[in-house]
Design a protein around this ligand. Structure first.
Ligand code: GLU
Length: 268
């Protein structure tokens, strides 16, 4: 055999061995599951929002992320690792959260995410930990007082990858919906007068109205948005542990404390 053909043969064998080994490693980590991964890392990597007051908001001065989602995520870290600080927060948007979970960048999604049948095809969810409903944020002097007041030339702003974009199109088929990368960008556009209203979950809109009193939230909600914590499909062991944590927080009163701290009243 000529030298070059021997070399090609050898490198093919080497490539085969390397890819077989990598395959084993991948299979092992998949079989291991998220809890083992978290224990090995010594921390949970939680995908959270950075631009939503009351749920997940990063303070640029301190670098701290704060909100209801953050407090819940810390309690899951405490359950798995015995330390609520054994957690790293990574920013997700409504559009990036599912891909980031699926490719292993994050271990769970705690980011104002509604449990939907469509999303359940891609990931699994914990039990419901918060219930919101979609509404509209408008300037205080707006004549819009209901979703029915949206005329067909009214621009409605929201975030890409959200149920809000889909729902508003269903509720007002001829509305002009403008989708932004995240809610911070959508809110900036509303403040700049680029739309008549911003639409998403009422709890998130209250957080925005709190940041800028020139806007108000409509009382009316036109959808139900039950939030769940997202885990990788088939990750039953981790989902079970999260549900146990949520149950414990309910039973020991900590959930009510967290809710009151951010929402300003007791849950119904
Ligand atoms: N809860 C809705 C959703 O999951 C809106 C909030 C968000 O975009 O995170 O799409």
């Amino acid at each position: 055999m000529k030298l070059w053909s021997k070399m090609i043969g050898l490198s093919l064998v080497a490539a085969f061995v390397v890819s077989a080994l990598m395959g084993c490693a991948k299979q092992a980590s998949e079989a291991e599951g998220t809890i083992a991964k978290i224990k090995k890392q010594g921390k949970i990597i939680a995908g959270v929002k950075y631009d939503l007051n009351l749920f997940g908001l990063k303070d640029p001065a301190s670098g701290q992320v704060q909100g209801l989602d953050i407090d819940i995520a810390k309690q899951i870290a405490k359950k798995v690792l015995g330390d609520e600080h054994a957690i790293e927060f990574m920013e997700v948007t409504s559009k990036t959260r599912i891909p980031m979970l699926k490719n292993g960048d994050i271990d769970m999604i705690v980011a104002t995410m509604t449990i939907t049948e469509e999303r359940k095809k891609e990931i699994d969810f914990s039990d419901v930990y918060f219930t919101a409903g979609q509404s509209l944020l408008v300037p205080v002097d707006s004549t819009i007082n209901s979703i029915k007041d949206l005329t067909k030339d009214a621009k409605v702003l929201t975030a890409k990858g959200s149920t809000s974009a889909k729902n508003v199109r269903e509720a007002v088929p001829d509305a002009q919906v403008m989708e932004f990368e995240n809610y911070a960008e959508a809110f900036t556009a509303l403040k700049a007068g680029q739309g008549a209203a911003l639409t998403t979950d009422n709890a998130l809109l209250y957080g925005m109205a709190q940041q800028d009193r020139k806007f108000r939230v409509l009382e009316e909600t036109f959808t139900k948005e039950p939030y769940g914590i997202g885990v990788r499909k088939g990750d039953e062991e981790f989902a079970k542990l999260i549900n146990e944590t949520l149950k414990e927080l309910q039973d020991n009163g900590q959930y009510v404390d967290i809710y009151e701290k951010w929402i300003g009243k007791k849950p119904n």
